[in-house]
Unconditional design. Structure first.
Length: 308
């Protein structure tokens, strides 16, 4: 298999290591990979140091990190981190590679994602790193509210919701609800298409940006959980279903959202149309052969279920 860039997952040019210099500049601001003096064995200690300083939560270990002033080193940041680092998990294999390939497929599907890529820690292990979209370069922090908060639920209730609840939240709080509900529809469809069973209410957010407008945040925490939990179902049901969804279910959900049938059909057709390219992205990913084949098979099956 031809080597691919650990950021864009496109083929590397002769002389490139594991990145395109242009991709490194897009993620880190410089055309060289930073040194990362972080070891898997010490990440638990780093995480404990952040208790009370960060709101990052989830099933994966997540460490806040920032570049040094000369952008040569990525180091643990107790406060004000500009990136989130997710190391390989002990329970579920290949989560960093899984997340990167799923984020790249989201781009193909027309979904906004933040800059992200894979990095190698000092002990040789692979981690996923993503730029924080709530901390722009100006140094401030944008207001971000996840759907669990907006629903008036506690974090423990993040799985007690539905796609319909997400649509109601977007309609109520987004500054331009017609636009944002359609974006949410595309994202929820993609979550199902890629077999993600852990997209709960805290994994959807509204971000307050320029002019005080409330818009859906860039997508985050996108994974194919079925690669590690084969029968995993949707965390949030769509039209009462967590599995065995198809074209009619998604058109029914579009009706609930107030999305015109023609617009919904265009979204379904566009997703199915990018299936071949998505399979190519999976094929160029650093996932092992068995995971690549399982992911491609899932995409083929679910794309077929969207056909007329």
């Amino acid at each position: 298999m031809t080597a691919s860039c650990w950021i864009c997952l496109r083929e590397l040019a002769p002389g490139d290591d594991v990145y395109h210099p242009k991709c490194l500049k897009g993620l880190f601001g410089v055309p060289r990979a930073p040194h990362i003096p972080i070891e898997m064995a010490k990440l638990h200690t780093a995480g404990l140091a952040m208790v009370g300083h960060t709101s990052i939560s989830g099933i994966q270990r997540k460490i806040s990190v920032s570049l040094t002033a000369d952008r040569s080193t990525l180091q643990v940041a107790i406060e004000g981190g500009r990136y989130i680092l997710k190391p390989a998990g002990e329970t579920f294999p290949r989560l960093p590679e899984n997340e990167l390939v799923t984020m790249r497929m989201a781009e193909l599907a027309g979904i906004e994602v933040p800059p992200c890529g894979l990095v190698r820690l000092v002990d040789g292990s692979i981690a996923y790193v993503v730029a924080r979209f709530d901390r722009p370069g100006s140094g401030g922090k944008l207001r971000q509210e996840d759907f669990c908060q907006l629903a008036g639920k506690s974090p423990k209730e993040k799985y007690t919701g539905s796609a319909e609840l997400c649509a109601r939240i977007a309609k109520r709080y987004a500054s331009e609800p017609t636009i944002e509900v359609l974006k949410l529809y595309r994202l929820l469809l993609f979550v199902w298409w890629t077999g993600n069973g852990d997209m709960h209410l805290k994994n959807f957010s509204l971000l307050t940006g320029a002019g005080g407008l409330h818009r859906l945040s860039p997508a985050y925490d996108l994974l194919c959980t079925r690669l590690v939990i084969p029968d995993d179902q949707l965390a949030l049901p769509v039209c009462g279903k967590r599995d065995s969804l198809g074209r009619e279910t998604w058109l029914e959900f579009a009706d609930y959202c107030g999305i015109r049938r023609a617009a919904a059909e265009r979204v379904l057709a566009a997703l199915a149309a990018c299936a071949d390219e998505a399979e190519s992205v999976v094929g160029r990913s650093p996932l092992p052969d068995d995971m690549r084949e399982a992911y491609r098979a899932l995409l083929r099956m679910r794309s077929a279920s969207l056909a007329r």
